[in-house]
Design a protein around this ligand. Structure first.
Ligand code: NAP
Ligand code: HSE
Length: 440
């Protein structure tokens, strides 16, 4: 393809992210054009319903409802897939790549489900696939991993990867706000996925963890292979208990690799973090990613993890990379993870291999001997108790029992909880949270 004087962009999707890209591209366009030495134009925009009311009005004369036509349009160089979902989004992405175009995507679910196929298609047809906006919103974590930290192997990456959950947890902790009303607010602010279960059940963070694990280790780990737990069972009482123990609660994605045994573990779950740690104090829609490299040591990245502006910032950074590639013939994306030597012998650890300290909250009958019975089940499974707090329950015949353990194996902990739940004096399902003694 000859060097274009004007780079033409097709936007598939003009919702929260698409409108942000339109708005901020207009603001950044002149500076970008002068740095690139070429013009930039949004040539076509695909939406589902052109008559829908929007905060940013649809620019006349470029609207279609046919996203596949945008993907195949010979005049368009860069296709931004900002629709979401994994069906039409996959078709649009593959079509554009088969036409040798550059695709920019914010769609972590798509990358997690179909990343291998997408990157293979890009390679086969000389196209490129850029995805900075897919993980941690405005934080340039993809660039950090594949460019800035290229000298490293990564024994540990962990962090807050879902802005909606962090916003909900913060409001519940600081304002004592009810879960449902905070979730509604997160939706109104444009943080939540169209299917909010992806956020609150932990799947969105799992999609992002999968992408980071692939970038860092060259292995696709699917959410079904991970422990994935969301925030729906956390109550205001858990925040109070955690505070008494000196912890805050965050939904974390944790990716560890034992560089000796080469075992990789990827998981997503609410985690108690020491209240003095930086990550425990990252609040609202902000994300935080702690990356420990074997050469650099630990680096920490914090910024807005969701919402129109932060996400548009990341998409526009990919548009600029894509345009530089078209105009100058090279781009930083060339050091992508697909060039990692296959897996480097890395093996996925079974979830039962997780080893950490645990927080267990039980609702029990307020009767003599209950604590002894619970302790005896734990002893039978070789779980060592570190602390016990008893607080009044919702009625005067019940009590809340909060235990923390010394480091234990997940397998033993799961077996313990099954047996504890069977005790006649235990009411309802036990709540289990993991304690992350990370101090970043
Ligand atoms: P959104 O507000 O729901 O917007 C989706 C857009 O896609 C809408 O403009 C919609 O058209 C269009 N669309 C949907 N189905 C279509 C179809 N069949 N044909 C043509 N257009 C179609 O979603 P969003 O929040 O912008 O998210 C977009 C993507 O970015 C998702 O993959 C999401 O996971 C990702 N992301 C979002 C954020 C965030 O903070 N929101 C952050 C990072 C990544 P209508 O407007 O006509 O309905
Ligand atoms: N729903 C996602 C979140 C959007 O809340 O983090 C950003 O990926």
């Amino acid at each position: 393809m000859s060097t274009p004087n004007v780079i033409r962009i097709g936007l598939c999707g003009f919702g929260t992210v698409g409108q942000g890209v339109w708005k901020h591209l207009a603001g950044a366009r002149r500076a970008l054009e002068s740095r690139l030495g070429a013009g930039i134009e949004v040539h076509r925009i695909a939406v589902r319903n052109p008559r829908k009311a929007r905060a940013v009005r649809l620019p006349a004369g470029r609207i279609t409802t046919d996203a596949l036509a945008v993907a195949a349009d010979p005049k368009i160089h860069i296709v931004c897939e900002l629709m979401g979902g994994t069906s039409l989004a996959r078709e649009v992405t593959l079509t554009a790549l088969r036409h040798g175009k550059i695709v920019v995507s914010a769609n972590k679910a798509l990358i997690c489900d179909h990343g291998a196929e997408i990157f293979a298609t890009a390679r086969r047809h000389g196209g490129h696939f850029l995805f900075e906006a897919s993980v941690a919103g405005g934080i340039p974590i993809i660039k950090a991993l594949r460019e800035g930290l290229v000298a490293n192997r990564f024994p540990r990456i962990y962090g807050i990867l879902n802005g909606t959950c962090n916003y909900i947890l913060t409001q519940m902790e600081e304002q004592d706000a009810p879960y449902a009303s905070v979730l509604d607010e997160a939706k109104r602010l444009g943080y939540a996925e169209a299917d909010e279960a992806l956020d609150v059940e932990g799947w969105d963070a799992a999609h992002k963890a999968s992408i980071l694990a692939w970038l860092a280790h060259g292995v696709w780990v699917k959410p079904r292979q991970m422990v994935v737990e969301g925030i729906t069972r956390i109550t205001p009482a858990d925040f109070k208990n955690a505070a008494m123990l000196g912890y805050g609660i965050k939904l974390l994605a944790v990716i560890t690799r034992d560089l000796d045994s080469n075992e990789l573990s990827v998981r997503v779950h609410p985690t108690l973090l020491p209240e003095g740690s930086v990550v425990a104090n990252v609040s609202g829609v902000f994300n935080a990613v702690s990356v420990t490299g074997d050469v650099v040591g630990t680096t920490l990245y914090i910024g807005r993890g969701a919402g129109q502006d932060a996400t548009a910032s990341a998409v526009i950074s990919d548009i600029a990379d894509a345009a530089a590639l078209l105009v100058h013939g090279k781009g930083s994306h060339l050091t992508a993870a697909e060039t990692l030597p296959a897996r480097n012998g890395c093996r996925l650890a079974p979830p039962e291999h997780i080893k950490c300290r645990y927080y267990v909250r039980l609702t029990v009958k307020d009767q003599p001997g209950v604590l002894a019975r619970v302790a005896s089940v734990m002893a039978r499974h070789h779980i060592s108790i570190a602390s016990v707090i008893q607080t009044p329950g919702e009625d005067d015949r019940a009590a809340s029992l909060v235990l923390t353990t010394h480091e234990s194996h997940e397998r033993a902990m799961n077996a313990t909880l099954r047996d504890v739940a069977r005790l006649a004096s235990v009411i309802g399902e036990p709540v289990l949270l993991r304690i992350g003694d990370f101090n970043d």
